[in-house]
Design a protein around this ligand. Structure first.
Ligand SMILES: [Zn+2]
Length: 375
């Protein structure tokens, strides 16, 4: 479609002043042309009655390089799951990025950006940082310089199974490379060693801790249920804390305690891959539903997976409902329910309301399409 209206929906995009605000949107040539109380023109209408209308959701932690460990096709994790923009978090490294780019990123409908693994092999086999020889500084810098349009950050996994005997060393180098190249580093945190307290000390402004609310030993909570001082200090320096739900990395109880201690997340992502896309993660909307039922407001939750990541990673034209921006939207219903869902470690919560995906509108160039979700 070249021109159409989205009518009767409640816009949610706090950065643009919309907090379930009834407005119509006129889309023309793949861009948002007008946002007004009521727009009546002789154009096709996408009816958003009963729905909230958000900017196209952005998931900063997925694994969408099918040749890598756990990877799935970008459109399976993107548009088919109601997310118009996804970041691949470290599936590719300097040795494999070009294959990922040519054969997947450039061929799918979902907008895909890359966090390049500091390990040259990426996630081909796992334990990608168990030898310092796997970090090729020159190849990494060359790849970053060649593809600044698509590689928006770096990724390193800081947990025992990945770094082996190397401990903190590869993460130290990753943090140094991030500072030198100006690309934010996303660090996966998990099982000791290395210790989270030591990893946090390496991170600076704009770096991201993903899996921040995991339920493993040595997480962000103290024995008493407060927040470890290293995490509070890191946040003061501008380090951001991301959900990264995953198959073993999100604990409802840890998140609830962190919320009670005033340590809410900054960003919301799924860590979708082959082992969790059919549960317990499913899609970003399902993760949002859990957080909303833990006390996150709908408006903040949407902000943290639209405008916040777009601004953080400089994704121009994405993540807001604003004239001139790309016409990517999600239409979702917020429905009352009584439904028990699980986190990554088998703990549960009873959802009192949940987000249900109805339509995803995505635009490339001057064309827009509507993907209908059957739910
Ligand atoms: Zn991951």
């Amino acid at each position: 479609m070249k021109a159409f209206l989205i009518k009767n929906g409640l816009l949610v995009s706090p950065a643009n002043g919309y907090r379930r605000t009834k407005k119509d949107v006129l889309v023309r040539d793949g861009k948002i042309a007008r946002v007004e109380d009521e727009i009546n023109e002789d154009l096709p209408v996408v009816d958003a009655s009963g729905c909230i209308v958000t900017p196209g959701l952005i998931d900063i932690h997925t694994h969408c390089y099918p040749k890598a460990f756990l990877g799935l096709e970008p459109d399976v994790l993107g548009i088919q799951r109601g997310t118009t923009t996804i970041l691949d978090a470290g599936s590719s490294g300097a040795d494999t990025y070009e294959d990922f780019r040519t054969n997947y990123i450039d061929k799918c409908k979902t907008k895909v950006f890359t966090l390049l693994n500091v390990s040259r092999e990426g996630l081909l086999v796992g334990h990608e940082l168990d030898s310092m020889e796997k970090i090729d500084v020159d190849a990494l810098k060359e790849t970053l310089e060649k593809y600044p349009d698509n590689i928006v950050g770096l990724k390193a996994r800081a947990s025992a199974s990945v770094v082996g005997q190397m401990g903190l060393k590869p993460i130290e180098l990753a943090a140094k490379l991030a500072a030198e190249t100006g690309k934010p580093l996303m660090v996966h945190v998990g099982n000791y060693p290395p210790a989270l307290t030591e990893v946090l000390k390496l991170l600076g402004k704009n770096d991201i801790v993903t899996h921040a609310y995991h339920g493993k030993k040595g997480g962000i909570l103290t024995e008493e249920g407060g927040i470890i001082p290293e995490a509070t200090e890191a946040r003061k320096r501008g380090v951001l804390f991301d959900i990264g739900h995953g198959v073993a990395s999100f604990s409802l109880r840890v998140f609830e305690k962190a919320m009670a201690a005033g340590f809410d997340c900054d960003l919301i992502s799924t860590d979708l891959h082959v082992e969790n896309y059919e549960g317990p993660v499913y899609n970003l909307a399902a993760v949002l539903s859990k957080l909303i039922n833990c006390g996150e407001t709908l408006e903040n939750a949407i902000h943290k997976c639209t405008c916040a990541p777009a601004r953080h990673y400089g994704l121009d034209g994405l993540g807001e409902i604003k004239e001139g921006y790309v016409a990517d939207f999600n239409l979702m219903e917020l429905v009352p329910c009584e439904e028990i869902v699980e986190d990554s470690i088998g703990d549960t919560i009873t959802l009192k309301e949940k987000l249900v995906l109805k339509k995803t509108i995505y635009s490339r160039g001057d064309e827009s399409e509507v993907f209908e979700h059957n739910s």
